[in-house]
Design a protein around this ligand. Structure first.
Ligand code: HEM
Length: 242
């Protein structure tokens, strides 16, 4: 019964995540960017834009320039998350790729970076007056949700242990529509229910900054206004109909 419930929850969560993300990305793609507004100094070639975006994605360059403390905690969390998500790949692939085997300890200790980062970001929301003033309940709740996912995961990893073999056969089973038993371990089940909840809110929350970054005109535009006239798509379509 529990396995069926968790399976149903993950199917629903996956559909909401996939549909929501595709819909949002299409909306971002079709939103007109009427003006040339790359933040200067800006790259003058497309290759330059790729380099600029890569620095944003890997190092959070703009955040570094605007606030060192937020950058430090934000970057630690995301870097730890990146390592740990690579570690989690082992639940979804069989046989496990060699580099996923190598990354395992880095992913495990990456969770400590996640914890430090999330704790720092939550303390910032509470103690910095200016930030507390503009924080909505969802800002706090998302941090708390991520903290709970991280701490339940770490509790299993560092103290309690988890039946990772059964977790893996359950998730491989989900992907092949052959539902297997999930261990009825309360810490594991709460970890998974919270992950499903995170998947459901992802396309309807600020977590959309992940794909949204790539659609930011101030970052993804080439500084070529003098060489090439910038016409937004809607204006071009209007010209055609006139
Ligand atoms: C369906 C997806 C997921 C499954 C099946 C899953 C399963 C697990 C399991 C079984 C463990 C314990 C590992 C062990 O004992 O060695 C664990 C640990 C952990 N999980 Fe997840 N998890 C999932 C998604 C996530 C997500 C989305 C996050 C973060 C937002 C996360 C964060 C963590 C952390 C921080 C740990 C502790 C470090 C580690 O052992 O990797 N998990 N997870």
């Amino acid at each position: 019964m529990l396995s069926l419930l968790i399976a149903a929850l993950f199917y629903i969560a996956f559909l909401i995540l996939a549909y929501g993300l595709v819909a949002k990305i299409l909306q971002y793609k079709n939103t007109p960017a009427p003006l040339k507004i790359p933040t200067m100094p800006a790259p003058t070639t497309q290759a330059g834009v790729v380099f600029r975006m890569s620095k944003e994605v890997v190092f959070f360059e703009s955040l570094f320039k605007s606030s060192k403390v937020t950058w430090l905690f934000g970057w630690l969390f995301h870097f730890g998350l990146f390592l740990d998500m690579l570690r989690h790949l082992r639940y979804f692939i069989d046989p496990v790729w060699f580099w996923v085997v190598i990354i395992q300890p880095f992913g495990k200790y990456g969770s400590i970076l996640m914890l430090i980062g999330l704790a720092g970001l939550l303390v910032r929301r509470i103690v910095v007056d200016r930030v507390r003033y503009i924080s909505a309940p969802s800002d706090h709740l998302i941090l708390v949700l991520l903290l709970c996912i991280t701490t339940t995961g770490m509790a299993m990893s560092f103290y309690l242990g988890a039946d990772v073999i059964s977790v893996k056969s359950f998730f491989i089973g989900l992907m092949t529509f052959n539902i297997q038993n999930i261990p009825s371990d309360p810490v594991l089940i709460s970890h998974l229910v919270m992950v499903a909840f995170l998947m459901i809110i992802f396309p309807y929350s600020k977590l959309l900054h992940a794909p949204g970054l790539f659609f930011s005109p101030s970052r993804n535009q080439v500084d070529n206004a003098r060489e090439k006239r910038h016409i937004a798509k809607w204006a071009r379509d209007l010209e055609k109909t006139n």
